[in-house]
Design a protein around this ligand. Structure first.
Ligand code: NAG
Ligand code: NAG
Ligand code: NAG
Ligand code: NAG
Ligand code: NAG
Ligand code: NAG
Ligand code: NAG
Length: 383
């Protein structure tokens, strides 16, 4: 039996005694992605009670442990990060100065909550006892929820110096995270990936949102890499300007890239999303591997600050294949049938189809065919 011919051409030419007819089903399975812990501190805006020589709050968020935010000597100095929306904070890290006076940080309080005017009323995540010079210490906040993260030192004649602050949030899986994305054109640095970077782009949209150039029918697409049953899609619109540009965008979900994806059914048409808001569109378990967003029309721009896709899956994709094959073994025996499947499976694996599972959906039927006297029949075998 020539397995290559069997698998690749899906037809087999026979010239001898037995003929078998069976059905195979192919099942595809794909692994999902993991949740991710992300430092979101740089996504917010920062302020502090006073600043020594312009060493303002931002120096605690610049990724450099040798530049530090620094208050004047004062009562109850504080540093405050506004994340612009509520997050569930897993932990906060503080990097202390290495050049001098590292014990000044002793007694600092880390708070997380929603009150910006009276943040001393927000719950305390941790109190810093001490941090060695130049060290970074991590404080677990166990999912405390809030929009504001503050560090303050209670007492008179205090100086707060923060060389780096990290705010870590665990983002649960959703179907778009970590996938391949593309868009019809890219404006400057506004790459397609920014729509799935977890960052809603409420500050610095240029480094956190995707955008096409001005064009006819701009689109953005995510390849979920396998078929999912999509229950909802959440889209975050930009905060900084022009929220109306999203109006009229179509959300399509399906498996086809034919006819430019326009054959796929529409989940929703976005009428409008207010600036900086995340809107949810219910897709009623539409099935598909691709989700396309597009705005029909001339001189349009598609800007997306975050796209989240929720649903179930991956769905197993079943394909029934009916084949005829020649075999000298008796495939009426289950062992022989199993052996044939595993042979087919290894041929598929050699050819790179490692995510396929073969099963008999119907046992093969045997047909005995008498060998023809005329040689014409036997000459039909091809490669
Ligand atoms: C800060 O904490 C360290 C370690 O516990 C201690 O040695 C030091 O005296 C403290 N300094 C102040 C100013 O509280
Ligand atoms: C802050 O607001 C969010 C959402 O409104 C809420 O879930 C959270 O518990 C609040 N945090 C605190 C500390 O009250
Ligand atoms: C913040 O705290 C102040 C003073 O305790 C209180 O009057 C105010 O209502 C609080 N604001 C919020 C949003 O909780
Ligand atoms: C600053 O951070 C870098 C990178 O993490 C590290 O290699 C370096 O030792 C740190 N410098 C100081 C003075 O702590
Ligand atoms: C992205 O696409 C490339 C090329 O098609 C593929 O090799 C890769 O596995 C894809 N990655 C994901 C996360 O789907
Ligand atoms: C899903 O992932 C997106 C980024 O792709 C992120 O913005 C969002 O917060 C995530 N949702 C949840 C519930 O974790
Ligand atoms: C869907 O995405 C493909 C790119 O993969 C693109 O060619 C097509 O135009 C998109 N369809 C729509 C309706 O935006």
């Amino acid at each position: 039996m020539n397995q290559e011919v069997l698998v690749i051409n899906m037809r087999i030419f026979y010239r001898s005694l037995s003929l078998l007819l069976g059905f195979f089903s192919f099942q595809m399975k794909v692994n999902g992605t993991d949740g991710a812990e992300v430092n979101i501190a740089a996504w917010g805006t920062v302020s502090q009670s006073t600043s020594l020589n312009n060493l303002n709050g931002i120096y605690a968020l610049d990724g450099k442990n040798y530049t530090c935010a620094h208050t004047l000597t004062q009562s109850d100095p504080w540093w405050m990060l506004d994340l612009l929306k509520t997050y569930s904070v897993n932990r906060v890290t503080i990097t202390n100065r290495f050049d001098c006076c590292n014990t000044r940080i002793n007694g600092s309080e880390i708070r997380i909550g929603n009150n910006s005017s009276d943040f001393f009323s927000n719950p305390v995540c941790a109190v810093v006892s001490t941090i060695p010079a130049g060290a970074t210490y991590s404080y677990s906040c166990d999912g405390m929820e809030g929009r504001y993260v503050t560090v303050n030192i209670p007492g008179d004649s205090k100086i707060l110096t923060l060389c780096e602050v990290g705010v870590y949030v665990i983002f649960q899986d959703n179907l778009s995270a970590g996938r391949n994305v593309t868009q019809s054109s890219t404006y400057g640095l506004w790459s397609a990936e920014h729509a799935i970077d977890f960052n809603p782009g409420l500050t610095k949209s240029w480094s956190a949102c995707s955008s096409t150039k001005v064009q006819t029918n701009p689109w953005w697409r995510v390849d979920l890499s396998s078929v999912y049953r999509v229950s909802s899609v959440v889209i975050t619109n930009r905060l900084d300007c022009c929220p109306e540009r999203i109006n009229g965008a179509e959300i399509r979900i399906g498996n086809s890239l034919e006819n430019n994806g326009n054959n796929n059914p529409i989940c929703a048409v976005i009428s409008s999303i207010p600036a900086g808001v995340s809107s949810t569109y219910i897709c009623n378990d539409m099935e598909g591997r691709y989700m396309n967003l597009s705005i029909p029309g001339d001189s349009r721009i598609l800007t997306l600050c975050e796209v989240e896709v929720y649903g179930e899956g991956p769905l197993l994709k079943k394909t029934l294949v009916k084949i005829k094959l020649k075999s000298s073994s008796t495939l009426s025996e289950p062992e022989m049938r199993a052996q044939l499947l595993s042979q087919l499976q290894s041929v598929l694996e050699e050819r790179g189809f490692s995510d396929v599972t073969l099963k008999w959906s119907q046992p093969p039927e045997m047909e005995v065919k008498r060998k023809e006297a005329a040689p014409a029949q036997s000459a039909r075998r091809k490669r």
